[in-house]
Ligand binder design. Structure first.
Ligand code: AHR
Length: 634
């Protein structure tokens, strides 16, 4: 017997309650969301020809008989440091191949825009042929460019794919003899999200859009901090013309949990302007996080001296101006010149990702003072360290409380059991203290080290159970997001992840379905739901939360049954007469080890049907291991 009280609790569920956390990990940006298909388009990787090959008929050697490409540095100190000089010998069919990000996904009949910058140096390079090929070398689409100028000139051409292929490559063959300089060789599908030129992969953005996220946190994660301070994320280097954005080795260019990805760099084609634009498209509050002058896991990393902190603080102030300043301010002008004179209406800014201890607090205070002095309306999100248990966590929480911090970002990657056992985590949090951003969390099943299989139903169901506790505590918990957001099946460093993709397709995991059910059924006001006067935090394997949506005039009850048996639950509604027909949505699977996959992307997906409310009560049979939402009009 559960009791839902329709009386106003006076507690609002924030529109930001369920959002998304984006980090360029697992090839999530370059090779993922960012639709560029050429790897190392501007020859800036540590090895300038990484991703490119110059094959011979003998595959193991360069074809320097027909020609050779070498990297050349621009004079001066530009952000785009290199280009290549291609020397073509006597019309011998010199070839350059780009392998893409673990191949290139092309769809039959779809068109792709090819771009390059070229400058003819000597002789006469007459024509550049561009072809999609598969691994046997079969041509799957082609076009060409006729270079004409001895000055740097941009050329474009379009290819249409003759066949769908997940691992295509681009083959560039040169006709003529002589030398030609090339840079910014780029390839995008015509059909990007909203048809934008420097665009995003439509299928992936669609998955995000379907979630109706309340906020978009970007750009990470650890990449905000960098392994060293020099390699921290610097947003100013990610805006303006794409060819001027300085490339950076990705902090996840490493072996972490899974595979080695030595070719992981950030082109910043997806930079801060694009993140703000995406937030706007999704109707999500933009939530940028900036470096606070502490490199990743600083006890083994780097800490900026206090007297050198100013540029970091200035970056935060300038970012607010970039987002919200008038077009007459220096950074507002940059935004406007990028095509967005309107303000982005930034409300939140994060200071530091996962930092802790006195070093963090000391630096945080400087940021807080400067931001609040200039922009008192901006809400600051502060960090609390990686896992919410150590001394530093308690210390940070206490210190931040003393400073009247507004929102604290907590991160936890724990076992499914932990999530089931901690649904009451926030019941005891001080209602007058800082608000909570559960900024990174995911249930990690033990002993599965297989990428997508870690996104199993047990993990997702345990998160659903835990999330009842987030929602029941909407008074303190204002923002939440699963992490990481996405992963390329052939190039990931971390699992589980919410969305998996390859070069052609993407799918939402069971965990995604849980997040989506919460986010699209959040309501505006919390209601009390109890059993024998107590909240349901796992007693008898049951978890519950209830809300109403004042605009839609609906009551939404979320019930999680983590028992392997079905349970009959009587839901008593008191406070107001309710109409009798409602919708019941059920997410479940027969086995806890089940999950979605490229082969069965919707194996675990919500099932909706009508249900009848018998006056003021209804009996619901909750399926074993299930997440159920009841929704009805009031
Ligand atoms: O989400 C993966 C990583 O986990 C993030 O980069 C970091 O913030 C956390 O430790």
């Amino acid at each position: 017997n559960l009791h839902v009280d329709l009386k106003d609790s006076g507690i609002k569920i924030q529109p930001t309650m369920y959002g998304v956390f984006f980090e360029d990990i697992n090839f999530a940006a370059d090779g993922g969301l960012y639709a560029e298909m050429i790897k190392n388009r501007s020859f800036e990787f540590t090895n300038p020809l990484m991703g490119w090959s110059q094959p011979n008929s003998n595959k193991h050697s360069f074809n320097n008989e027909s020609g050779i490409a070498s990297a050349v540095k621009y004079a001066g100190n530009p952000s785009n440091k290199n280009y290549i000089r291609v020397k073509i010998n006597d019309d011998k069919g010199y070839v350059l191949i780009n392998e893409g990000f673990r191949g290139m996904g092309i769809h039959k009949d779809a068109s792709y825009n090819f771009y390059l910058s070229a400058s003819k140096k000597s002789g006469n390079v007459k024509k550049i042929n561009i072809q999609f090929i598969d691994k046997e070398g079969t041509v799957l689409g082609e076009t060409n460019i006729v270079p004409t100028s001895t000055d740097w000139e941009n050329y474009t051409a379009q290819l249409t794919a003759l066949k769908t292929e997940a691992k295509a490559q681009i083959k560039i063959t040169f006709e003529g003899t002589g030398e030609i300089d090339l840079d910014m060789i780029s390839l995008f599908p015509v059909d990007t999200w909203k048809g934008r030129k420097n665009g995003l992969r439509k299928d992936i953005v669609q998955l995000l859009d379907d979630m109706d996220p309340g906020f978009l946190r970007f750009p990470g994660g650890c990449i905000v901090e960098g392994r060293t301070l020099a390699r921290r994320y610097q947003w100013k280097k990610t805006v303006g013309p794409i060819e001027d954005r300085e490339i950076l080795v990705n902090r996840w260019n490493t072996e972490f949990k899974h595979k080695l990805t030595p070719d992981y760099f950030q082109s910043f084609g997806l930079g801060f302007f694009e993140y703000f634009q995406l937030s706007e498209d999704l109707g999500a509050e933009p939530l940028p996080i900036l470096s606070c002058g502490i490199a990743c896991q600083f006890n083994t990393g780097e800490l900026v001296p206090m007297e050198e902190l100013d540029p970091y603080v200035q970056d935060a102030l300038d970012l607010i101006e970039f987002a919200n300043g008038s077009i007459n301010t220096p950074w507002g002008k940059v935004r406007s010149e990028m095509g967005h004179p309107e303000k982005f209406n930034l409300k939140y800014i994060g200071v530091g990702n996962e930092q802790w201890g006195p070093a963090y607090i000391e630096r945080y205070k400087v940021f807080e003072k400067a931001i609040k002095a200039k922009y008192p309306e901006i809400i600051i999100v502060s960090g609390s360290g990686p896992f919410p248990d150590g001394d530093y966590f308690e210390y940070g929480m206490e210190e931040l409380k003393k400073l009247n911090a507004e929102i604290i970002d907590e991160h936890y990657y724990r076992s499914p059991e932990w999530f089931r056992e901690n649904a009451a985590r926030y019941d005891s949090y001080d209602r007058n203290g800082p608000k909570i951003f559960a900024g990174e969390y995911a249930a990690h099943p033990k002993e599965i080290e297989d990428g997508p299989k870690e996104n199993n139903w047990e993990a997702a169901l345990s998160e659903a159970a835990f999330m009842t506790g987030l929602e029941r505590n909407a008074e303190v918990v204002h923002l939440t997001s699963y992490a990481p957001l996405m992963a390329h099946i052939d190039a990931f460093q971390w699992a589980p992840d919410m969305i998996w993709f390859n070069n052609l397709e993407s799918y939402g995991t069971a965990n995604y379905q849980v997040q989506k059910m919460y986010a699209t059924n959040k309501g505006t006001d919390l209601l009390s739901i109890t059993k024998e006067g107590k909240p349901l935090t796992g007693q008898g394997d049951l978890y519950a939360t209830a809300a109403k949506d004042l605009e839609k005039e609906e009551v939404i009850i979320k019930l999680v049954n983590t028992s392997s048996n079905s349970q009959n639950v009587t839901v008593n509604i008191s406070g107001k007469k309710v109409k009798s027909k409602g919708i019941i949505t059920i997410l479940t699977s027969d086995n806890l080890v089940d999950g979605n996959s490229f082969e069965s992307p919707n194996k675990i997906s919500p099932n909706e049907s009508d249900f009848i409310l018998e006056g003021e009560k209804t009996v619901v049979s909750l399926k074993p291991n299930s997440f159920t939402i009841l929704k009805f009009k009031i």
